[in-house]
Design a protein around this ligand. Sequence first.
Ligand SMILES: Cc1cc2nc3c(=O)[nH]c(=O)nc-3n(C[C@H](O)[C@H](O)[C@H](O)COP(=O)(O)OP(=O)(O)OC[C@H]3O[C@@H](n4cnc5c(N)ncnc54)[C@H](O)[C@@H]3O)c2cc1C
Length: 327
Amino acid sequence: MEIKDALIIGAGISGLLCAAELQKAGMRVLVLDKGRGPGGRMTTRRGMGSTRMDHGAQFFTVRHPRWQAWVDEMLRKGVAREWFRQAPWDNNPTGYPRYCGVDGMNAIPKYLARKLEVVCSTQVCSLQRTDGNWVAESLAGDRFIGRELVVSLPLPQAWTLLETSGTDWATKDTRAALRAVRYEKGLATLVQLKGPSAVPSPGFLKLKEEALVWIADNQQKGISKEPALTLHAGASFAARHWDTTDEERGGLMLEAAKPWLGEGVVKFTCHRWGFTLPLNPYKERYLRNSGLNLTLAGDAFGGPRVEGAALSGIAAAMALNSPQALS
Ligand SMILES: Cc1cc2nc3c(=O)[nH]c(=O)nc-3n(C[C@H](O)[C@H](O)[C@H](O)COP(=O)(O)OP(=O)(O)OC[C@H]3O[C@@H](n4cnc5c(N)ncnc54)[C@H](O)[C@@H]3O)c2cc1C
C-alpha cells in the first residue's frame, strides 16, 4: 500500500486548504471524509427542480493575506463572489465584503478539492502508529497510511478518534484546554416557497427570536432559480428540539418566519447540526505534536467560522513544512 506524505482526516475547508498547501509544497497527500462529498459545514442542498439552498455556513469574510490569496484566485476563476458588504450590525460604516460560492457555499470546497486526492464516504474509526507511520482504518475496513497525520474535525470528534491510537497525543494541560472548548448546536430548516419571499434585498435577516436567528433568501443570493429560504434557529432552541419531529420544530421555525414567506410554503426539511461554531476556540491556530508527526486543525483552533478554519488549515500546513507558523 502506498505510504502518503500526509493523511488528512476531514475534507472541510480547514482540511482541504491544509492539503492544497501541502500539495503545492510537493507533498503527496490523501484526504479522507465520511461525507458524500467534500465541504463539511460548507454545504449546499438541492431541492425540487433547480432549487439550491445553502444549508450550513452562509457567507465568509477575509482578513488575512494568506486566505485573501486563495479567495482572490476563486474570485478570478468565478467560483466565489461578493454577496453583500454592509450589514446592520457592522460598526464600520462602509462595511466589508461577505463572500459566497457562485452556485452555493459548497462551490468553495469543491474547487479546493478538484486537484486533490479526496476519498469520500469513508468514516475513519481508528488510528494506529505503526513503524513510525500513521494508519487510519475506516468503518468499511479500508486502511490508509501516511507519514504525517492531520486531523481537521470538530474537536470532540477528533478527540474520540485520537483516543483510539493509544498514543500520548497531548499533554495533560493541553487536554484540559481542548476539553474546555464548547460548541453550539444548530438547527436549519430549508424551505421551498410558492413565490418570491418578503426578505429585503440583498436577501438576509439576522433576528433575535429563539426559533429564528437567521433567514437567507437563496434566490436573491443568486444560488437558486426557484424561491427558497434557509432558516437557522438559535442554539437553545436547537438543543431543546433536538429530538422533536420535523413537523414540530420546523413548524415553530416557519411560524416565526411567517412575515417573510410570501405566498406560502411548498415543502420544508429540517437538519440538525451537532457543531455550528466553537464558543471559545483554543488559543493557537493549530496543535502540533512533532514527536508523533501529528497536527490538529479546524475552526476550534485560533478562531471560529469559515475564515478561522481556513487560516487554521493554512497554518497547520506551514507548521508541517517549516517552524515559522502563521500568526
Ligand atoms: C448552521 C451553520 C451556520 C454557519 N454559518 C456560518 C457563516 O455564515 N459564516 C461562517 O464563516 N461560518 C459559519 N459557520 C461555521 C463554519 O461552517 C465552520 O466554522 C467551518 O466550515 C468549519 O470548517 P472545518 O474544516 O473546521 O470543519 P468541518 O467543515 O466540520 O469539516 C470536518 C469534516 O470532517 C468530516 N469528518 C468528521 N468525522 C470524520 C471521520 N471520523 N472520518 C472522516 N471524516 C470525518 C466531516 O464529514 C466534515 O466534512 C456555520 C456553521 C453551521 C453549522
